[in-house]
Design a protein around this ligand. Structure first.
Ligand code: HMG
Ligand code: MG
Length: 298
């Protein structure tokens, strides 16, 4: 049976925008985050405190966090690869930090310039400092269903990183299909293994839609009892370190699916459709949400 309710983490302001070549103004980013929070998302990934040389689009994270209108109860998350990022996140009053690793050595090197083992050593003080300051810690594991450099990724590699992230005290762990190569069969296999070593209700599915499999993978994950999913409004995005990768699954499409299944999200689809239209126009991008486009055409 399916879960009664799910949590949708809206990652558009971060994962969706990080790869945009043209700088998106801080005001647009702030408006996007505020409108998403108002639409009912419990968790909005708002910024990244990474090196501005690596990801220039996220350079204004502090200004974004300072400019948003905090909704009581909404969790605003930010990415923090190291202590420098953590200090910035603390100053910005982030509710949750995201340490991000990978199940593939090659991807770890390309994305964060260190091995998996080095990344865990780097995350350890970050996670500890977050706990000391009462900040939630989420661990994200890229390439859990495949890697652009290595190809197939064994389940054992995913499990290894899940266990290391768990040992760091992660409140939540994201199983990420960075390049959208996963299919429902693989998704179920990986999640069936991961749920044996980490509590199911604290695992999330982060699916990119490069091969058009993301919604099917979400349904597969629901059948494994997963209750947290990441999505990006209007399907914004792409990964700077994964050539050809498209954005996350579009939030509007996920909401349409959940509404049809009778699974509660607490998020208003019509508002999200309007936000998808707003941000697509603001950055001059085609809205790639199928449900969003259909509902806008009505
Ligand atoms: P590095 O070059 O090895 O680090 O990069 P470093 O410590 O040697 O520092 C180099 C320079 O960066 C220094 O500046 C530091 O001060 C600065 P310089 O002295 O040259 O002027 N620096 C920073 N500046 C601001 N904030 C910081 C910070 N850290 C260092 N936190 C590093 C290592 C991790 C920093 C770098 O590789 C990096 O920033 N990578 C960013 C990767 C990234 O953001 N990727 C996209 C997000 S992950 C993702 O999208 C996947 C996900 O969606 C899940 C999925 O789909 O798979 C989460
Ligand atoms: Mg991603």
């Amino acid at each position: 049976s399916l879960p009664r309710a799910v949590k949708i983490v809206e990652v558009g302001p971060r994962d969706g925008l990080q790869n945009e070549k043209q700088f998106v103004s801080t005001d647009v980013k702030i408006a996007l985050v505020d409108r998403l929070a108002a639409a009912g998302f419990q968790n909005v990934e708002a910024a990244s405190f990474v090196s501005p040389k690596w990801v220039p689009q996220m350079a204004d994270g502090a200004e974004v966090m300072a400019g948003i209108a905090r909704r009581p109860g909404t969790i605003y998350s930010v990415l923090t690869p190291n202590m420098k990022g953590f200090e910035a996140a603390l100053a910005a009053r982030a509710d949750e930090i995201v340490i991000f690793g990978a199940a593939s050595e090659a991807f770890s090197q390309k994305n964060i310039n260190c091995s998996i083992a080095e990344s865990i050593a780097r995350f350890e003080p970050v996670a500890r400092a977050a706990k000391e300051n009462g900040i939630r810690v989420r661990g994200s594991i890229s390439c859990s269903l495949g890697c652009p450099y290595q190809g197939d990724v064994p389940v054992t590699s995913v499990l290894d990183v899940v266990q290391r992230m768990a040992a760091l005290g992660c409140d939540e762990i994201d199983i990420a299909d960075t390049i959208g190569v996963g299919t429902p069969k693989r998704t179920r296999e990986v999640l069936a293994s991961v749920t044996k070593v980490f509590p199911r209700e604290r695992l999330s599915g982060h699916f990119h839609d490069t091969y058009g499999q993301a919604l099917a993978n979400i349904y597969a994950a629901l059948l494994e009892g997963i209750e947290i999913f990441h999505a990006s409004v209007a399907g914004l995005g792409g990964c700077p370190y994964a050539k050809g990768a498209t954005g996350n699954v579009a939030t509007e499409d996920v909401l349409y699916l959940m509404n049809g299944l009778g699974v509660e999200t607490g998020v208003d689809l019509d508002q999200v459709v309007a936000i998808g239209d707003f941000i697509s126009n603001a950055i001059g991008r085609t809205n790639v949400s199928r449900a969003g486009r259909a509902l806008l055409a009505k």
